[in-house]
Each structure stands twice: as C-alpha cells, then as structure tokens.
Design a protein around this ligand. Structure first.
Ligand SMILES: Cc1ncc(COP(=O)(O)O)c(C=O)c1O
Length: 388
C-alpha cells in the first residue's frame, strides 16, 4: 500500500535540496573530495563540549522551557544590545532547532497561503522550500549580475499588494557577498513604505574578512522594529550537530513563531542550550580569532588557485566560507556538478540557490587546506574537458 504525500510535500518534491547531501565522510570513502557542504570542518571548541558534559551531570536532561533556556535568552538579548545598540529582553528571543527551525517557525507563524514573500536570487535554498511548504508564494528579486549586490529598483519592482515578507541573508550563502549600510538603507526604505516584515538571516555575521564592518538589519533602528532576526550557533562556533539557533524580534513579533515551535517540537535539547550559553562567553576570544585566521588563509589559498583556472571566474569572498564560481561552459550548473563529481569533487550547483545561480558552482572553504588544494586541482583538470 502506498499513502500519497500531502500537497505540501508534493510542492517541494522536485527541489534539488531534497536530493542532495551525501555526508563528507561517505564522499571521502568514495574517493571524492567533499567541497559541497556548509558544515565547518572544525570540531566544536572543547570549552563548549565541557559545558554540555557538565550540564548533563547537573541534570539538564528534562524538557526545557518551550521559549528556550531563560539564561540563554537573556544572554543573547544582551549580546544583541551590545552589538547593535538595541533594547531586547529575554522575552524577545525564541531558541530554535538550529536557525533552520527559526526560519520555518517564523514563516509558518507569519504567512498565510497565497501571501507573497520576496527572496533574493540567488539565496539559501531552504527559504523557497519553507515558503512552498506553507503555501506562500516565493517571488525572486535578482541581485545585480555583475557583483551580486542589491539592485534597489528590482526590489521595488517585485513588491505587490500581496507581499508580506522580505527574506534577506547577509553575509550571503552562496555568493559570500556582504551588503553595505547604504544597501541596508535601501532595503529599509522598501520595507517601511510597504509595511513588510523583514526576516533577516545573519548566521554568518561573525565570519567576515578584511576587517570590514558587518551591518545588521538591527543597526537601522526603524528597520529593527519590523525585523525578525535569525541567527544560530552552527557557523560561529562550529556547532552544526547541536541544532541550536534563535529568532529575535520586538513588539511580540516572535510570538506566532513560538506557537508554531510549541506545536511542532515543544522545546530544544536542554543541555545543548547550556552549551550555547557557555559558547557565548567565548565570543571574541582566542578560539574565534584562530578560526577566522584559518578561514582567511584558506580563502586566499583557494582564491589564488581558482584564479589560475582559465574557465573559472571568482571574486574574493567578503564573508562566510564559500567560493561562488562562474564556469564558462554550455553545460547547466546541475550538469557541471555531476561532471565534477565524476571527476572526484563534490560541489553545489548554483541553480540550487535560484535561477540567478545558473552558470555557477559553489565550493566551501570550510574544509582542510589539503582538501581545498586537491579539490581545486581536480576541478581545474576536469574544467579542461568541459564542453565549451
Ligand atoms: C544562510 C543560512 N541560514 C541558515 C542555515 C541553517 O543553519 P542551522 O540550521 O544549522 O543553524 C544555513 C546553513 O547552511 C545557512 O547557510
């Protein structure tokens, strides 16, 4: 007997997201260099693991509060206030199952079927799937083709009377571009004029290079009033497996998302949240500095190697840990990915992130120096055999 899937599941059945992700260890066993995933190859720092072990011994083995550990929420509110001159309280923060959980809860809590949400093209593939799952309509806003920065006119053109939400991700996965203050101001102008809700995913806010200042939606006071901030522990602290993220918003903005979360999962792992609290205490410390130095070295190494490949074009990443590479070939991005995989390297198809990613591939540099060098060498050799 087969039981048909719901219409909601059918709406996401064809996405590349559903079919991706062979784990890095399995790829290595198959002799393939894994440069596809956004999972840092660092182990979670020892002081965080120790805090989790202590929490287990102290009895953090029960259901947690559905909104999240009160001390963790208070610490996150304090961090947001320090970093962005805000006045959040613990009540404005919802701890979620990774930032993925925050994105789902925020979308399902705020949008009705038929509502439109704007998302940039290209962008992290989860947004479109979540919108489709809840029956909302994703509307793509192309970035500028020359540098993947904001095109304010394209944004304005995409707004209709049905638009309720704008989803932003800066620094951006997959393009590694970080928006400037003036770009955020242009977004603010549109959000305020059309009374939209901004879902601002800032998960790479601490993986930024060359001392450039990161500008958050929360740095613009009027925009902050209409912002649901998404962030998490996966990237800054190499904690992808702990499934810890959060949503922050003023004026009761997180309450609908909290209702979704209560209904789906009740609460987040209690000891993971205690580990998260310890993690915050180490922010800005030796571990973070070392991680950034290593990422920076890998960024320069990989960029130099990619720049030497005649059919590749890639800007130096401004933030996050991805190379966004234009490949000169008549093959589609998905075909290129299969071709590169047959030649021993796993990368992501640019089209997974939206039609604007066609012609591109995404490689991670959250991998070892050796794997980056070997992977790019294999790509370069394979590129010579690509159809023109
Ligand atoms: C832009 C962006 N947002 C959210 C996530 C999800 O992170 P997590 O659910 O591990 O917190 C990712 C993961 O790659 C991402 O790139």
């Amino acid at each position: 007997m087969t039981i048909p899937a719901s219409d909601a599941v059918k709406r996401i059945a064809g996405t590349q997201r559903t079919h991706q992700a062979t784990p890095a260890t399995a790829l290595r066993e198959m002799g393939i260099v894994p440069l596809a995933s956004g999972d840092p190859n660092f182990a979670t720092p020892a002081y965080i693991c120790e805090a989790a072990a202590s929490a287990l011994r102290e009895g953090y083995t029960h259901y947690a509060s559905s909104q999240g550990d009160p001390e963790l929420r208070a610490a996150l509110a304090e961090q947001l206030n320090e970093e962005h001159g805000q006045n959040y309280t613990a009540d404005d923060v919802l701890i979620s199952n990774g930032s993925s959980g925050a994105i789902y809860a925020a979308v399902a809590g705020s949008l009705n079927p038929g509502d439109q949400a704007l998302l940039f093209d290209p962008c992290f593939s989860l947004y479109e799937d979540v919108l489709k799952l809840v029956g909302a309509e994703p509307v793509r806003v192309p970035y500028r083709r020359d540098n993947f920065h904001l095109d304010p006119e394209a944004l304005e053109r995409a707004v209709t009377p049905r638009t309720k939400m704008l989803i932003l991700n800066t620094p951006c996965n997959p393009t590694a571009v970080m928006l400037s203050r003036s770009e955020l101001e242009a977004i603010e102008e549109v959000v305020l004029r059309h009374e939209l809700l901004l879902l601002s995913d800032e998960i790479y806010d601490h993986v930024v290079f060359d001392g450039r200042p990161f500008v958050s939606a929360l740095d613009l006071p009027e925009l902050a009033e209409r912002t649901l901030l998404v962030n998490g522990f996966s990237k800054t602290y190499a904690m992808t497996g702990w499934r810890l993220g959060y949503l922050a918003g003023k004026n009761g903005l997180t309450e609908p998302a909290a209702a979704v979360q209560r209904t789906m999962i009740h609460s987040i792992s209690a000891f993971s949240q205690r580990a998260g609290l310890a993690a915050l205490g180490g922010l800005g410390g030796a571990w973070e500095r070392e991680m950034l130095e290593i990422y920076d070295r890998r960024r320069r190494l990989g960029h130099e190697l990619l720049a030497a490949v005649p059919r590749f074009r890639c800007a130096l990443p401004e933030a996050a840990f991805y190379f966004w590479v234009k490949v000169e070939s008549s093959l589609s991005s998905a075909e290129m990915c299969s071709f590169f995989r047959e030649n021993g390297v796993a990368v992501r198809s640019g089209s997974e992130f939206g039609p604007g990613g066609e012609g591109y591939i995404r490689l991670t540099f959250a991998a070892s120096d050796e794997e980056i060098a070997e992977g790019i060498e294999r790509l370069a050799r394979a590129a010579e055999k690509l159809p023109p």
